[in-house]
Ligand binder design. Structure first.
Ligand code: PRP
Length: 182
């Protein structure tokens, strides 16, 4: 069937197969690292939802999961330093080993803020797992512990990542044509 989103994609950066392969590796690595610890996967909505669902299924250990939603007052292409929690976790995270799951680490503003909040809640450990890392854009001193792919400073969409809430359902990660967001 004709895919009406495809016209807006300049090129595919990571195919469905590339992503599946890398997510499987990441799941195995996390399983080895966290076996016996029953970690708590903490997904940052909305972008994480596709990655999170594949990652937890690729990680065959006892674990549970939560979601947190934040809004950052930025424009369509970049976040700002001002972040607010709009949906919070539903359980006490004291003493838990947290794995924060992100689709993309960009300026670092979101995680800089979230880490501050989560540290106050006395988790035993906090690790950051991001599918994509865009280090060129970093404004805060945040580093991921587990990274799927490093990406250039291009507008990427798909596999959970959006532009104006669109394209999250593309099964691959692509670069959006400039004419779409200019
Ligand atoms: C994206 C992404 C991260 C954040 C990263 O979320 O999911 O949470 O931006 O950017 P930063 O490192 O510059 O803070 P977005 O605000 O686009 O919301 P969404 O997850 O609902 O798409």
């Amino acid at each position: 069937m004709y895919n009406e989103m495809e016209n807006d994609i300049l090129k595919v950066l990571f195919s469905q197969e590339d992503i599946a392969r890398r997510v499987a590796e990441m799941g195995t690595e996390l399983a080895e690292r966290f076996q016996g610890k029953k970690p708590l996967f903490l997904g940052v909505l909305k972008g994480c939802f596709v990655f999170m669902s594949d990652l937890v299924r690729a990680c065959p250990i006892k674990s549970d999961l939560e979601f947190i939603a934040v809004s950052s007052y930025g424009n369509a292409t970049s976040s700002s330093g001002r972040v607010q929690i709009t949906h919070d976790v539903q359980q006490d995270i004291t003493g838990r080993d947290l794995i924060i799951v992100e689709d993309i680490l960009d300026s670092g503003n979101t995680l800089y803020y979230l880490l501050d909040v989560l540290k106050l809640r006395k988790a035993a450990s906090i690790r950051i797992c991001t599918l994509l890392d865009k280090p060129e854009r970093r404004a805060k001193p945040i580093q991921a512990d587990y990274t799927g792919f490093v990406v250039p400073d291009a507008f990427v969409v798909g596999y959970g990542l959006d532009y104006n809430q669109q394209y999250r359902n593309l099964p691959y990660i692509g670069v959006l044509k400039e004419e779409v967001y200019r």
